[in-house]
Design a protein around this ligand. Sequence first.
Ligand code: ADP
Ligand code: ZN
Ligand code: ZN
Length: 821
Amino acid sequence: MDVFIDVILPVPIPQFFTYRLPRHLAELAKVGCRVVVEFGKSRVMTALVVKIHGNPPEKYPAKYIQELLDTEPVVTPTQIWLFQWVAEYYMCTAGEVMNVALPSGLKISSQSKIQYNPDFHHDELLTDLEKSFMDVLIREDSISYEEAGRLLGEQDLNKFLKSLVAKHAIILFEEVNERYKPKLIKKIRLHSDYATDENALMLLESLGKAKKQQEVLLKYLSIIPLDQLSEKNEEGIDKQRLKEAEVSDSALAALITKGIFEQWEVQVSRFDSLESDSLREIQLSPAQEAASDQIMGLFSTKDVVLFHGITGSGKTEVYIDIIKKALDSGTQVLFLLPEIALTTQIVRRLKRVFGDTMGIYHSRFSDNERVEVWRGVLDQKFQFVVGVRSSIFLPFSNLGLIIVDEEHESSYKQFDPAPRYHARDVAIMLALKMKARVLLGSATPSMESFYQAQTGKYGLVSLKERFGNAQLPHIRLVNMRVEREKKTLTKEFSSVLLEAIGQNIENKKQSIIFQNRRGYAPYLNCQQCNWIPHCNQCSVTLTHHLNARTLICHYCGYSESVPRVCPACGSPHVRSVGVGTERIEDDLREIFPEAGVLRMDLDTTRTKNAYENIIGEFETGEVDILVGTQMVTKGLDFDRVNLVGVFNADKLINFPDFRSGERAFQLITQVSGRAGRREEKGIVLIQTNNPANRVLQYIVDSDYEGFYASEIKEREAYNYPPFSRIIELTVKDVDRNLAQEAAEVLAKRMKDYLGEQRILGPERGLVERIRNKFHFVIWMKLEKEKMNIQATKQYLREELVHLITEKKFKSVQVVVNVDAV
Ligand code: ADP
Ligand code: ZN
Ligand code: ZN
């Protein structure tokens, strides 16, 4: 009987594909194994087996797979279910989900290669074209399908190669490079014949003439001294250590060849660099203890518990307590963090408690490292994983608890490309499926989660005191209008803020300044003719970066150098307008020349360890002030920070989006929480033009519940989440009119189906043009109670196909974002 498999392919086509298994593999393949298949004409890709059966496909002849990569599954049945659930819910394909779920190290890069047959001696059989093709082959040794395709241009590649194969002129072979390579290190030890102090001494003497070799041996003996040789030689030393001691390579090689030294390889974990200093025991405070008990208690009746603990209350310690309990009961635990690079400190704290049993899944780690964690979870070597958003796709088999730290963070939502999933929400779904519990933690819970807690769907536990003697900081609004009138501003700094910073420098305390805008200034402006440089692909101004002497588009990355004179009128009076982090850093250096200033934003943290270095320097060094974007608002815990300054709070609050109030409350409360986390009470100074603003007043009072109560009324009145779901449709095209027309057609059809009031737009995108494409946005607001969400999505799917298959709209692209944030 023939055996067929259905596979998920990493392509945006919403179906499974069927391939045929060669007989000898029929017994070996299992659901969850990977195979290499040919897709389309000459594309080779990794696919995932989801079903094994005996039914040939009806519509096309099944091709054989090219290779079976695993004999044991690397993906679990639950994951296959999850891929499909995410695809269905977020309106994308299971292949797209698989694509983000599997680390690329598990997706092989594979190429068919073509080689000259050395036994071929019948040139007379070849056409001219074939001859010249063979010349290339002889010269190149082997070439890939792709290269052959390029060489032959319009020719039918398959037909051409078939003919050459038939003439025995060429050989085709598959070269599959699996990208995952375990990290190996070379070790060195003395042959056991020499591994006593006596024998080693004799050896040393006998090497007398070979000075260099003697040196190598001496170096070895300085690492493992003579008196420890018999017990420690066995485990040897890293070869690298000898190399670093700059002994002669050839002398070392000679000793190995002579059999005096033995060399072997061991596989090591890639996380040694993060090794814990020492494992640590924690004593919970009575309030923390109570919170932990309440959480555990609620888990007996609730699947999800929201843990609302103010900044500095020691949520991490409570998490640790709960993680231990879950691990003790024998289940796996996943700890989700919004962006692990931003939470180095938390990872370090967890590592100190859990040591090597903890896996770290991190967007900045290499593929190999991620594959190691994947396999570690699969083999249950890692019972506990700390990771970013995509770690919800790891192959857990026995998950008992998922913690979502900073659950309000919008970076849990993937924005681009598909799947546009929200890791917190997927975590809740996954936990339901695996009968695991979910703990959502935040000092500023999202409106959605707090609403679920208020209505009793989630359990709620609050921790309202800071750990130790620490108190919440004193938060003050600085009225910039008054300072402007009184002319007490220095550059963009209020006198109040400058004075406080100066005081802090004197007292050897540290300050954090938050400005949610990187670069030097948002734009340049000619004072003569009012010229302002814009991106030529996007409808935004170019941001001025002073150090790099460039103007950069923050949407598409386009950059150009700063003009010396205005290109429009030739005037030299071109001025930077507005304030970014780079300018604040510059100004602070100028105002306080003796102070140490550091900046943390996207521009200073591009390299792998930059973030850690900045934090390390701020923790220990002579730095007085840390200036940064959102990056400084999250998770940081420093002893000596007792002042936080907030620039441009009004910009955050007035952003045109129904979530801007919530965002501003969260961001400013979070950054305020960095101040005064130890004995001394901290101060927060918020510069604003509008101190009466409702959101700012709640921030000043540290009144989350008050803010929630006022905000939820507005959400209800206007039927925004959590009372509705939002599906955002972005219609894009290089032709503005076409994009607008397509958006209008789509909006009209959805209005006909759902009613006028549920569809907003189309409106021009907030940035109308990005990378030369015009954006029009439609919002679908679907009441949670009334609407059949599945039916609506199905209808939308059909309408999207309907739209894009209209000839006129062929070039139009529609991006669907379910639960847009
Ligand atoms: P949160 O995340 O709630 O803002 P953290 O977990 O960062 O607060 O805790 C604030 C500070 O208090 C940290 O430096 C932490 O190490 C310390 N801390 C909290 N709980 C304890 C405890 N039980 N024992 C020792 N230190 C603690
Ligand atoms: Zn000009
Ligand atoms: Zn641009």
